[in-house]
Ligand binder design. Structure first.
Ligand code: NAP
Ligand code: SF4
Length: 686
């Protein structure tokens, strides 16, 4: 195979366990929820096939290897009451659909075997010891010695059945705080029998699993072992234990070692957007050279240039990406074909993938409404206005996420579409969001949409306010005019010390050393982060380790040290009228990070207030029936938004074909996921 001019290491094949991976990228395990849904394996087959496919680019391929979402080896190991298992041959045919679909595209696929242990959301959970997880609802029962033996046999049975179902290998989930991790760490393993106590005993559980799988499945079957290299919890492993474990797992017959970072109960972000790109690749790098089998690095790698860099820095032999394949099934094809700038980049928001999974829904993707809906929404939709209809002209008004998504999909379907934006640049709320520290990735979504619009010939008019008169030139008008900040009645915007969040994020005002934020929702937290963010010249990955207390030597158990935070640039107060926890509605997987960040920076939360006024003395409010006054330099309004719908009535009264999407349609609970999906689905409806 010729050397790839741009990404030579990424596109160097790798032979492992009798298989040839066509490139160095693994599509990492990610539960989609399709596994448990009706007809889910047909949908999964289509989902994985797209990600294995090399498209129509000669010599190209999708992921070098796909790892499925976690499949449990027995009843007690299920994550939830309805989670998928593989324990009998009658379950093989549905898995066959998936393996056949991937193989038809020339891809490879391994099944992840996951035993949830004490993370199970059902009352039949088991663990090494009967210790409830801080994030668990049920106290697990300790496995008896016979129970341990049975569980090992169930792992082996699942691997054997996986092989029969056509999988090219299995990934044994030994990290993230699941059952195997619970045996390995003294935090959770308090046993005094042959499976507890010294490290050799605690290691026996994964070693027996891997060696017996190798024995049963033969040499030409890949065994990937996901090893927790950085537990990020008290009483987790130190580095010497990680090295001992890696060597033992290699000797037991593993083909590849994948990196696990952080237990689910860890209170340090590991994959959210504020984690710097490849921010944990240093962990895998430490292990390079200590074992002979290939190592995989992972976490917050979402771009082909970063993949190549990580490989050329010697951090790993392979790179695993999961969410980036949700965002763009063609990420490898575009990288191979020199079209990296066309990639729909995962912005690490977790909103439509993990947050949906954690609330029992099927995963999707905020920036890719087709994700996990490949059968329902074919990749190449029919052109607009086929079947003899005369071609319609479309005007999309407002280039925020909803308008961009709608206009670009219409253009992709060959429609004559004009996108009007009153401000000098496209992006709307996304342009504001990318100013928030850690949300810089949002800029990539705008780069993606700009490219789509250009390539498909949409006419984009910035600095251009569309009026009712303009509408006569169009057959269809789509209003995606977005939102504007809500201004409470007591807030007098003519005062220079009262400003709205968009003015702050656009950098139009210099906020003083004491400020009050009105509203503690998503935007209130973003603004609090923006205004309390200390400036640092340190390398972002190093600063992240200091901020969150990650030990770069992993000499301490779990790799935890005392955080060293820089002082915030100003004093902040966050207010809300409700008495509930501030930020209670933030995403399940990221809300705790936002709350912890502002708390650690000393932001004071004040809830249950009634606002009175702002005057030269400061902000007047009532709390518990008492009057309060807070001296501040500025008050920043983050009190929700209202729809901008100036044109709607006038156009509708002229019998114009008008559609309203995104924030213009409903400002309440607006989020980018809904805006992008609405725009996309409307564009596909014509
Ligand atoms: P939001 O999350 O609904 O929060 C609005 C805040 O304004 C609430 O704290 C509310 O609290 C307050 N408020 C409402 N009416 C008010 C009034 N008349 N006077 C004073 N305060 C008032 O909305 P958002 O912050 O504007 O965010 C918009 C959307 O984007 C939301 O869906 C949000 O989840 C999403 N978003 C999420 C994130 C994230 O997850 N990190 C970041 C940005 C945006 P009280 O009514 O109790 O005072
Ligand atoms: Fe990435 Fe967000 Fe899509 Fe999840 S929802 S895959 S984090 S862009």
């Amino acid at each position: 195979m010729p050397i790839h001019p741009q990404f030579p290491l990424t596109f160097t094949p790798l032979d492992v366990a009798g298989l040839t991976m066509r490139n160095r990228v693994i599509m990492g395990s990610m539960h989609t929820g399709l596994e448990e849904s009706k007809g889910g394996f047909d949908k999964l087959a289509a989902f994985y096939a797209e990600r294995a496919s090399g498209g129509d680019v000669p010599g190209s391929s999708g992921a070098g290897l796909i790892v499925t979402g976690g499949i449990s080896p027995n009843f007690r190991g299920r994550l939830g009451p309805h989670s998928t298992t593989l324990w009998r041959s009658g379950q093989i045919p549905k898995h066959r659909k998936v393996t056949d679909a991937v193989h038809n595209e020339g891809g490879l696929i391994a099944m992840q075997i996951l035993h949830a242990g004490r993370y199970a959301h059902h009352p039949f959970s088991v663990s090494s010891s009967p210790i409830q997880a801080p994030i668990g609802r049920f106290k697990p029962r300790a496995l008896s010695a016979r129970g341990v033996e049975r569980t090992i046999a169930h792992f082996v049975r699942a691997a054997r059945l996986a092989r029969e179902a056509g999988y090219d290998g299995v990934e044994v989930m030994g990290s993230e705080g699941y059952l195997i991790n619970q045996f390995l760490a003294t935090r959770t393993n308090h046993r005094s029998d042959a499976w507890g106590g010294p490290l050799d005993n605690r290691l026996r559980f994964p070693v027996e699993i891997v060696s017996r799988i190798r024995e049963q499945c033969g040499p030409d079957f890949a065994i990937i072992y996901r090893l927790s290299m950085l537990d990020l919890v008290d009483e987790g492993a130190c580095w010497d234990e990680v090295v001992t474990q890696a060597r033992a797992i290699e000797n037991a017959g593993a083909s590849i070692i994948n990196t696990g970072i952080g237990w689910h109960e860890a209170r340090i972000p590991t994959i959210a957007t504020m984690v710097p790109r490849a921010g944990f690749a240093w962990v895998t790098r430490r292990l390079m050279g200590t074992v002979a089998i290939p190592l995989v690095t992972t976490n917050r790698i979402n771009d082909p240039a970063v993949v190549e860099q990580v490989l050329s820095d010697g951090c790993a032999d392979l790179v695993s990406m999961a969410r980036p394949f949700l965002a763009d099934p063609e990420i490898m094809v575009k990288s191979f074909g020199g079209r990296s700038d066309e990639i729909n980049t995962c912005i690490a928001c977790n909103q439509a993938c993990l947050d949906r999974i954690f609330t029992g829904q099927v995963a999707g993707c905020l920036v890719n409404p087709r994700a996990a809906r490949e059968l329902e929404l074919p990749a190449v939709p029919a052109p607009v206005d086929v079947n003899g209809k005369s071609a319609r002209r479309f005007a999309v008004i407002g280039a925020g996420p909803a308008g961009l998504s709608c206009a670009s999909e219409l253009a992709r379907r060959g429609a004559d579409v004009h996108l009007f934006e009153a401000s000098p640049s496209i992006g709307g709320q996304f342009r504001l969001a990318q100013q928030v520290p850690g949300k810089e990735e949002f800029a990539h979504t705008l780069r993606y949409y700009s490219g789509l619009l250009k390539r498909h010939g949409a006419k984009v008019h910035v600095n251009r306010r569309f009026n009712a008169e303009d509408a006569k030139d169009f057959d269809v008008v789509i209003l995606s005019t977005g939102v504007k900040p809500r201004v409470p009645a007591w807030a007098d915007l003519s005062r220079s010390d009262i400003v709205t969040y968009d003015q702050v994020l656009r950098g139009e005002v210099e906020i003083g050393s004491r400020a009050a934020i009105i509203g503690s929702g998503g935007i209130g937290f973003d603004v609090a982060d923006f205004l309390s963010h200390p400036s640092s010249t340190a390398d972002p990955a190093v600063q992240f380790q200091k901020d969150w207390g990650v030990d770069p030597t992993v000499d301490t158990p779990g790799g935890l040290i005392k955080p060293e935070r820089l002082p915030p640039p100003r004093e902040l107060w966050m207010f809300q009228r409700k008495s509930t926890k501030p930020g209670a509605n933030l995403g399940k997987s990221t809300g705790w990070i936002h709350r912890a960040t502002v708390k650690k920076r000393g932001v004071t939360a004040v809830t249950g207030v009634t606002y009175v006024k702002l005057d030269d003395a400061g902000l007047h409010y009532e709390l518990g029936g008492e009057a309060h006054l807070l001296k501040v330099d500025h008050v920043v309004l983050c009190a929700g938004q209202v729809s901008v719908l100036d044109l709607a009535q006038e156009l509708q009264s002229k019998n114009q074909d008008v559609h309203i999407i995104g924030g213009a349609k409903a400002a309440r609970d607006l989020d980018a996921e809904r805006a992008i999906e609405e725009g996309y689905l409307l564009a596909r409806s014509f």
